[in-house]
Design a protein around this ligand. Structure first.
Ligand SMILES: [Zn+2]
Length: 283
């Protein structure tokens, strides 16, 4: 006979409200991504409410429901309280969660993707460089899901790449040798420091990224290249990127003034508006 209740380690990567008081959570577990329901989680007296916040790493007890499995208990392992005190890090956490949500198919087992998300949240929580943590996470997640950008052999002809490499093509799936780059006008410029940074981040553990010292120009160029690469795969930009860009603009525009957190908090807490996303589908 099938077990009716089971335990699962999970990270909550998205949530939205349904019905009078319920919440649907998208969770990433070591055995895949799935949607589950937390009944009554929006009621004031709910014991679950505080234990199912976005980005929480937790152990869930789940009951097998007819459609969605039902959360009966959540015992948080890490709430990442430090990153929650900083708007840019909240934005970054929202981004790593959204990227996982968009790139990972439901019910496809991928323990490495789970560990990468957990590693990225831990790095963001520990004060590591936001930029470099995000770049390392993007590169490793792409690799774990079969979209690894080619940075050692030409993505078009397979020739070993040298320091003369200065173009990257999202359409071809990576960097191009100079001959192939000439034949592809759409390829994007890539400076040698950016090329070296991407190669380094791709092969080093994610935790190493936050310890690097890299100029802001190189970080910005690496961000823009990977954003173009991801846009090619996802065929759209992510909502969280607009949020992250806004936070940075506000900081830049008026570093001395405190940022009003009221408007952004609703968004960053992840009470998602379902209208701008594809519907959850048949339950
Ligand atoms: Zn080539």
């Amino acid at each position: 006979m099938r077990e009716r209740v089971y335990r699962s380690e999970a990270i909550i990567i998205r949530r939205y409200d349904i019905g009078e008081a319920d919440r649907v959570l998208t969770i990433l577990t070591p055995s895949g991504k799935r949607r589950v329901v937390a009944r009554g989680a929006r009621k004031i007296q709910s014991r679950l409410a505080g234990h199912i916040e976005l980005f929480t790493h937790t152990t869930l007890m789940l009951a097998i429901g007819r459609n969605l499995h039902i959360v009966t208990q959540s015992s948080p392992l890490d709430r990442f309280v430090h990153l929650r005190a900083d708007l840019e890090r909240i934005g970054a956490a929202y981004y790593v969660a959204e990227l996982a949500d968009r790139l990972i198919e439901e019910e496809s087992e991928n323990q490495r993707a789970f560990e990468l998300l957990l590693g990225a949240l831990r790095a963001l929580d520990s004060g590591a460089s936001v930029d470099l943590t995000l770049r390392a996470y993007e590169l490793h997640l792409l690799d774990a899901l079969g979209y690894r950008p080619q940075l050692h052999e030409c993505a078009s002809c397979g020739a070993t790449l040298t320091e003369a490499t200065d173009r990257l093509s999202p359409a071809a799936g990576g960097a191009l040798c100079s001959q192939c780059a000439d034949a592809e006008p759409q390829a994007l410029s890539m400076s040698l420091p950016v090329f070296k940074l991407l190669r380094y981040l791709q092969v080093q553990p994610l935790e190493m990224a936050g310890k690097l010292r890299v100029s802001s120009a190189t970080r910005a160029a690496a961000e823009s290249l990977l954003r173009a690469y991801l846009r090619h795969i996802l065929e759209c930009d992510l909502r969280s990127l607009a949020f992250l860009d806004d936070v940075r603009l506000m900081r830049h525009a008026d570093a001395a003034a405190p940022i009003k957190t009221t408007e952004v908090r609703h968004f960053a807490q992840g009470d998602d508006d379902e209208n701008d996303r594809s519907p959850p589908g048949a339950w």
